[in-house]
Design a protein around this ligand. Structure first.
Ligand code: TYD
Length: 337
C-alpha cells in the first residue's frame, strides 16, 4: 500500500510517519512537503534510510506537483497546512494558498485519478468559540480567525467533493495536540523553551482561555483507526475531553522546569481570541472504539523532557539553520517533482 503523507515534515507528520513504519510492514510512504518554516526533515532522521520511506519536496498549492506525486497512491493523509493563528492574523495569504487552494488541488487529483481514500486533517477551531457545551460533528462552522476560516473552507470543499463527485474523503477535527517535534511557536514548546532558558512566558490576556489537548501518539492511533475503520464521507472529531485554561498549563510547565510564577508575563490578548474550544468525540469512541491512553500530566512531562534533550533541534528550528542540514543529509533527494 502506498501512502502519501502531505506535510510530513511538520509536527504531526514527524510523529505519524515513524508510527506507521513501526506499526505496518508492507507499506510505502511518500512524504510530500514544501519545507516551509515549520517543516523540518531533521525530525525524520530516524526513518530517512528506511527503504519504505521516500521524501519528495513539493507544495500542495501547486496542482502540477500534486498530480505527479499522487500517481499510484492508495491513501492520502493531508497534514499539510499553515496552522499558527498569530501568523494568520499578520498575513493570511499563505493560509489561503495552502489550506484552501492546496486542498482543492488534492481533491481534484483524488477525483481525476480515482485515489481510493483521502483523509483530511482539520481542527476544532472551525467551530469557533464554544462558551459552553461541546461541538459535535454536526455543529455549525463559525470560524473567527483567518486560520480557522481557511480550514473551514478546505473542509467545506471536502464535503462538497464527497457529495458532488463521490470523492472518498474523510474529515477529522482535532483538538490542540502536543508532544515531541512541535515547532517552538506554539504554547507548550514556546513556554517550555522560554522557561528552560530563564525567560518569561507571554500569557495572552487573562490566560483563562480553554483548550482541549491530545498527545501525539494518541492522535496517531486515532488517525490510524479512522483510516482502517472510518466510513467514507464521514466526519470524526478527535478529542480527549481534557480541557484546561492556558494559565493552568503554564503553572504545570513552571513546576516541571523548576521556575516560579514571576516567569509569567501577561501580555495583550490575541485579537479575536477564542475563549474556549470543546469537542464531543463520542462518535470516534463508540463507533470506532478509540480511547486516549496518555494522561495530560504524563504527556506534558514527557514533552518537557524531550525539549530538554533536543535543544539543538530547537535552535536549528529558530534560526532556520536546519536548511543546511537538509542539504547535507539529503543532497540529491531534495528534488521537486
Ligand atoms: P496555540 O498553541 O497558538 O494554539 P491555538 O491558538 O491554535 O489553540 O495557543 C494555545 C493557546 O495558548 C491559545 O489560547 C493562545 C495561547 N497562547 C498564549 O497565551 N501565549 C502564547 O505565546 C501563545 C503562542 C499562545
Amino acid at each position: 500500500m502506498r501512502i502519501l503523507i502531505t506535510g510530513g515534515a511538520g509536527f504531526m507528520g514527524a510523529n505519524m510517519i515513524p508510527y506507521l513504519l513501526r506499526t505496518y510492514k508492507d507499506i510505502e510512504i511518500v512524504n510530500f512537503d514544501a519545507l516551509t518554516y515549520a517543516g523540518n526533515l531533521e525530525s525524520l532522521a530516524g526513518v530517512a534510510d528506511d527503504p519504505r520511506y521516500r521524501f519528495v519536496k513539493g507544495d500542495i498549492a501547486d496542482a502540477r506537483q500534486v498530480d505527479a506525486v499522487m500517481k499510484g497512491v492508495d491513501l492520502v493523509i493531508n497534514y499539510a497546512a499553515e496552522t499558527h493563528v498569530d501568523r494568520s492574523i499578520i498575513d493570511a495569504r499563505a493560509f489561503i494558498e495552502t489550506n484552501v487552494n492546496g486542498v482543492y488541488n488534492l481533491l481534484e487529483a483524488v477525483r481525476q485519478q480515482g485515489t481510493p481514500r483521502f483523509v483530511h486533517i482539520s481542527t476544532d477551531e472551525v467551530f469557533g468559540a464554544v462558551l459552553e457545551g461541546e461541538s459535535d460533528e454536526e455543529s455549525k462552522f463559525e470560524p473567527r480567525s483567518p486560520y480557522a476560516a481557511s480550514k473551514a473552507a478546505g473542509d467545506h470543499l471536502c464535503h462538497a467533493y464527497a457529495v458532488t463527485y463521490g470523492v472518498p474523503v474523510i474529515v477529522t477535527h482535532s483538538v490542540n495536540y502536543y508532544g515531541p517535534y512541535q515547532f517552538p511557536e506554539k504554547l507548550i514548546p514556546l513556554f517550555t523553551m522560554n522557561l528552560l532558558e530563564g525567560k518569561k512566558v507571554p500569557v495572552y490576556g487573562d490566560g483563562l482561555q480553554v483548550r482541549e489537548w491530545i498527545f501525539t501518539e494518541d492522535h496517531c492511533r486515532a488517525i490510524d483507526l479512522i483510516v482502517q475503520k472510518g466510513l467514507v464521507g464521514e466526519v470524526y472529531n478527535i478529542g480527549t475531553g481534557y480541557r484546561v485554561p492556558n494559565l493552568e498549563i503554564t503553572k504545570k510547565l513552571i513546576a516541571l522546569t523548576g521556575r516560579d510564577d514571576s516567569a509569567i508575563e501577561y501580555v495583550a490578548d490575541r485579537p479575536g481570541h477564542d475563549r474556549r474550544y470543546a469537542l464531543n468525540s463520542t462518535k470516534l469512541r463508540t463507533q470506532l472504539g478509540w480511547e486516549p491512553q496518555m494522561s495530560f500530566d504524563e504527556g506534558l512531562g514527557l514533552t518537557v523532557e524531550w525539549y530538554k534533550a533536543h535543544r539543538t533541534w530547537v535552535d536549528r528550528c529558530r534560526t532556520g539553520e536546519y536548511k543546511d542540514y537538509y542539504q547535507k543529509q539529503y543532497g540529491e533527494r531534495l528534488k521537486t517533482v
